[in-house]
Design a protein. Structure first.
Ligand SMILES: Nc1ncnc2c1ncn2[C@@H]1O[C@H](COP(=O)(O)OP(=O)(O)OP(=O)(O)O)[C@@H](O)[C@H]1O
Length: 251
């Protein structure tokens, strides 16, 4: 007693449904995400993960159901939503540092606060040494780091990530995923991370939501209760990875 941290619900998805004409893609999806939780979402190909992300980001209206942030209906004019996509973008005429700062400029973060956060986050993701270079002077993994730093720096209510490391080779991916988890842990951001890669989901997430085939709903929730950094060779890791794979295969 007394040692269990209080869990605050940050995000609540209620009966989220999306139809395109007669095609029912998302069918009453329900789940919650706790404040500071790292949730991964996996599912069979074509189950509608892109549609799902578009709804969560409020870029696309739902047919039914709602997304709540801190108890209020998600509203991009009120809530702070940040994204990292598979193919990150940078403004070529801005330096690395100016690219990271861009998110905070859009959100009108004050100059002093911006500088303080920039110094901290650039250091956390190892960008300080290339702060004054331009995007065409740095590697693909540095570009992805810029996108990650830019997203975290706005102190988002919800950070949505869509296969951010899908294009990178495995060794580099583990390295960046470790960095991502450590950043998330320090900043206590609430993250939804969508991926096709089950191993990646088990590597990074506190909990995995497994989606079904269309019409899509939540097939299962799997808690990943393993210490970090995780070892993909650990028998417990393999057990969870196989369990999630089976859940997707047999649906
Ligand atoms: N604008 C649209 N109009 C009509 N149908 C759509 C539209 N967008 C998506 N769909 C349909 O919704 C279903 C899910 O599409 P979506 O693109 O979300 O899944 P997906 O990206 O293929 O999933 P995954 O990321 O797992 O591959 C598909 O059957 C697709 O044809």
């Amino acid at each position: 007693m007394g040692n269990i941290p209080a869990v605050t619900t940050k995000i609540e998805v209620k009966n989220l449904t999306k139809r395109f004409g007669d095609l029912l893609v998302l069918d009453k999806i329900n789940f919650t995400v706790a404040e500071g939780e790292f949730l991964s979402i996996v599912g069979p190909t074509g189950c509608g993960k892109t549609t799902f992300l578009n709804l969560l980001s409020t870029l696309m209206p739902s047919s039914e159901g709602n997304i709540f942030i801190d108890g209020d209906i998600a509203d991009p004019t009120k809530h702070n939503l940040a994204f990292v996509f598979q193919e990150p973008t940078c403004l070529p005429w801005r330096t690395v540092r100016e690219n990271v700062a861009f998110g905070m400029e859009v959100k009108n973060v004050s100059e002093a606060e911006k500088e303080e956060r920039l110094n901290r986050i650039m250091d956390m993701v190892g960008l300080t040494d290339c702060a004054n270079l331009y995007p065409n002077q740095v590697s693909a993994s540095m570009i992805q780091r810029i996108a990650v730093a830019r997203a975290f720096s706005v102190d988002p209510d919800l950070l949505l990530m869509d296969e951010p490391y899908g294009q990178l080779d495995v060794k580099l991916r583990y390295y960046l995923e470790d960095e991502l988890v450590s950043l998330q842990n320090k900043l206590k951001s609430t993250v939804i991370f969508v991926t096709h890669n089950i191993e990646e989901a088990v590597y990074v997430a506190d909990r995995i939501l497994v989606l079904s085939n269309k019409p899509t709903n939540v097939r299962a929730e799997v808690v990943v209760d393993l210490p970090r950094p995780r070892n993909p060779m650990d028998p417990k890791f393999v057990e969870i990875r196989e369990h999630v794979t089976e859940l997707i295969r047999w649906w």
